[in-house]
Each structure stands twice: as C-alpha cells, then as structure tokens.
Design a protein around this ligand. Structure first.
Ligand SMILES: Nc1ncnc2c1ncn2[C@@H]1O[C@H](COP(=O)(O)OP(=O)(O)O)[C@@H](O)[C@H]1O
Ligand SMILES: [Mg+2]
Length: 219
C-alpha cells in the first residue's frame, strides 16, 4: 500500500489541490485509491462529493475527529493534512505515511512559515531515521516573479537530516484549471487534454518522483 501525505502547516498553499489531483491521477490509472481528509474543513471530502459517478471510484475517509479506517485492499492512500499541524499531531500524521509532499507558495510569508515548518519536520524521529521520504513543490508559481526565485533559493538551502538537499520535485503554475477541477470533483488528468496540457507537463517531475524509488523509504 502506497501512502502519501500532503502537508504544510500553512493554510491555502495547495494541500487539498494536490491531494485531490493525486487521488484522481491514481484512480485514473486503475488503482484502488483511498483519500483521507484530516482537515476539519473537509475540503477533500467536499471535492469527493462533487465527483461524478462516471469517474473512477475513490474511497473517501473523513478523519478529522475520529480514527481513519483505511480499507486493506487500497493500492494508494492519499492523505490531506490540516493547516496548523504541529508537535504531537504532526508526528502522529507523519507516522502514517511513507512519502511526504509539502507544497509551498512563493510569497515571503509562506517562505518564513515553510522555514519554521521544515525545521520542525526535520526533528521528527521518523524523518530523522529516513523512514519517510520528503519533497517540496512550488505551487502557484508565476514566471519571473521575485518571490518565486526567493522560494527556489530558500528551498535549495533546506537540508534533510542526512545532509542531502530537500528534493524540489515540481513547480506548478497558478491556473484556473485547478479551480474548475475542484468544482467538478475531478483531477487535471481527467479534464480536456488540450486545456490542461501545460499543467500536466508541470506535474510530470512530481509523478516521476512518486513513481520512483526515490520517494519510498528503503525497507
Ligand atoms: N496551482 C493553483 N492554481 C490556481 N489555484 C490554486 C492552485 N493551487 C491551489 N489553488 C486554489 O487556492 C486555494 C487554496 O488551495 P487549497 O488546495 O485548498 O490549499 P490548502 O488545502 O493547503 O489550504 C483554493 O481555492 C485552490 O483552488
Ligand atoms: Mg485543505
């Protein structure tokens, strides 16, 4: 069972957008997908409710204030973390995953928040023992924006506990396609191929990372 947690203590950075699009991507590839929503706002569950029955099935689990019962026959579990996950709650969430994806927005406030959050993440035992793999994503990037370069520069300085650089596996642009997909309960990979071609291209390095051993801890 593949387990992917999308997390960042900062709200609005794209956790739900990434989680729902990943769930749709794997479902589209005929995987048995469970989407677990740990956020009390339940945006991933709202998305799932809007999902047309004609689309590949995704099993939803609302886990904001109860145990997350994950069907044993799931191939992929995608988890959407709440904002403001810290200390014990964060450690408990991280315990559930083998792969962590952290979206960050290119803004000075988000960079500072990401700095505090990565510091905290790097001190979690499971991360220190390399029992989980972590990568960052720049979300809502705008070409030639100074903040984007600041964020890239910052991410280049982040070191994993073993001294390696934190992988930065995608730069996604700001696009109305994400808003449309969110409304309709679908993922980008399920939309008109011409309108989403550019965005899907930007997803490729992330999917390549996820489909490689680099995103899975050595057992
Ligand atoms: N790449 C993007 N382009 C356009 N809108 C985006 C993008 N990523 C996220 N959004 C929008 O930004 C808002 C916050 O994103 P969301 O995924 O809900 O963040 P989080 O779950 O981290 O709070 C949502 O309205 C979402 O549709
Ligand atoms: Mg969310």
């Amino acid at each position: 069972m593949r387990s992917i947690l999308v997390l960042n203590a900062k709200g609005g950075c794209g956790k739900t957008t990434l989680a729902t699009n990943l769930a749709a991507y794997y479902a589209h590839r005929k995987k048995a997908v469970t989407l677990v929503d740990f956020d009390p706002q339940q945006s991933s569950m709202d998305w799932l409710e809007a999902r047309p029955e004609s689309r590949p099935y995704i099993h939803g689990v609302s886990a904001a204030d109860g145990p997350a019962r994950i069907p044993r026959d799931s191939d992929v579990v995608v988890m959407d973390a709440p904002a403001a996950s810290h200390s014990h709650a964060l450690t408990t969430l991280v315990r559930r995953a083998e792969t962590l994806i952290m979206p960050v927005l290119p803004s000075p406030i988000d960079i500072r928040a990401a700095h505090r959050f990565t510091e905290e993440l790097m001190h979690i035992g499971k991360v220190m023992r390399k029992q989980v793999r972590l990568a960052a994503i720049i979300n809502r990037a705008r070409e030639n924006s100074p903040s984007r370069y600041l964020l890239e520069e910052y991410l280049h300085t982040v070191k994993l506990p073993d001294g390696r650089r934190l992988p930065m596996v995608a730069v996604l642009r700001s696009s109305q396609n994400y808003i449309r997909a969110a409304e309709r309960g679908v993922g980008l990979s399920e939309m008109g191929p011409v309108s989403v071609a550019h965005d899907l291209e930007l997803w490729r390095p992330l999917l390549r990372w996820l489909n490689s051993k680099r995103s899975v801890p050595a057992s």
